[in-house]
Design a protein around this ligand. Structure first.
Ligand code: CP
Ligand code: NVA
Length: 306
């Protein structure tokens, strides 16, 4: 049995296999073919933070695979009233076939997984958002942008940045990360990614100059400057992040036909200008839709590992 907590635990071959299954399922769906590969199975979904895409994609995906998904907000279950994680894990995993969790501390999901008798999927923690990267890479494959990637991430050093680092390190592409001073990526996760990068031939560099990161990049990405749980810092962050908006001026440093990705939700004229967002909206909403297909690939793959 395998969990899906970070891409660090996955080989390049496994990541590509999950995406291949997701693409196959997507093709079938577009042709009206539904294979009920998770018939009679239940996915428990614990949400300690808000979500649009993650909830809709997992719930819809499970239904299309012949199963059922349970939405468990921490306002409704005893976890939110102090029932221990390890007890919650043992109870839910005794009744469900898989569990997806969106939470704060990454250690919570690790603890849950260590007590769970079924696969646990990370639907976002403060440290990582690996299911988003499955969808992002699937989108680059579909748009013929997956070869010779030079990726640039501009903005806050957060869960999305850490997940891009792990994807680059595993798949072997170059990643440049530009953050303001004081908002860098986690040093330990960077060291881990750079160690893994040695094996794959990836290069991961960090800078405080967005222009350095974007120079000749083939894929540019960003994320909100204020992640869930940081709402109190919003005003201060907006001041500090000036100069880190992906706009026409910044994009002009990237390769001529560079793609722009955003995991969404996007805050216009903060991390990305309205113009850049709308110019790349086709690929951005393909990326959002691919959450459904990539995660179906993941759930089918995890089920096969049991
Ligand atoms: N990108 C993403 O995870 O979106 P939600 O927060 O809406 O799930
Ligand atoms: N970094 C953002 C990602 C949202 C999908 C957050 O954690 O809120």
């Amino acid at each position: 049995m395998r969990h899906f907590l970070t891409l660090k635990d996955y080989t390049k071959e496994e990541i590509l296999e999950i995406i291949k299954i997701g693409l196959e399922i997507k093709k079938n769906l577009k042709n009206g073919v539904y294979k009920k590969e998770l018939k009679m199975q239940t996915l428990g979904m614990i949400f300690e933070k808000s979500s649009t895409r993650t909830r809709v994609s997992f719930e819809t995906g499970m239904f299309q695979l012949g199963g059922h998904a349970l939405f468990l907000s921490n306002r409704d279950i005893h976890l939110g009233r102090g029932e221990p994680v390890k007890d919650t894990a043992r109870v839910i995993s005794s009744m469900c076939d898989m569990v997806m969790i969106r939470t704060f501390e990454h250690s919570m999901i690790e603890e849950f997984a260590s007590y769970s008798s079924v696969p646990v999927i990370n639907g976002l923690t403060d440290s990582f958002h690996p299911v988003q990267l499955l969808a992002d890479y699937m989108t680059l494959v579909e748009h013929n942008k997956a070869e010779n990637i030079v990726a640039a991430y501009v903005g806050d050093g957060n869960n999305m940045t850490h997940s891009w680092m792990m994807l680059a390190a595993k798949l072997g592409f170059e990643l440049r990360i530009a953050t303001p001073k004081g908002y860098e990526v986690d040093a330990k996760i960077l060291a881990d990614a750079q160690e893994l990068a040695k094996e794959s031939g990836s290069v991961i560099i960090t800078t405080h100059d967005p222009k350095v990161a974007l120079k000749d990049a083939t894929v540019v990405t960003t994320d909100t400057w204020t992640s869930m749980g940081q709402e109190d810092e919003k005003e201060q962050r907006i001041k500090i992040f000036q100069g880190f908006m992906v706009d026409d001026a910044l994009m002009s440093h990237a390769s001529k036909d560079a793609e722009f990705l955003h995991c969404l939700p996007a805050y216009r004229d903060l991390e990305v200008s309205e113009e850049i967002f709308e110019k790349h909206s086709k690929i951005i909403f393909d990326e959002a839709e691919n959450r459904l297909h990539a995660q179906k690939g993941l759930m089918v793959w995890l089920n096969k590992q049991k």
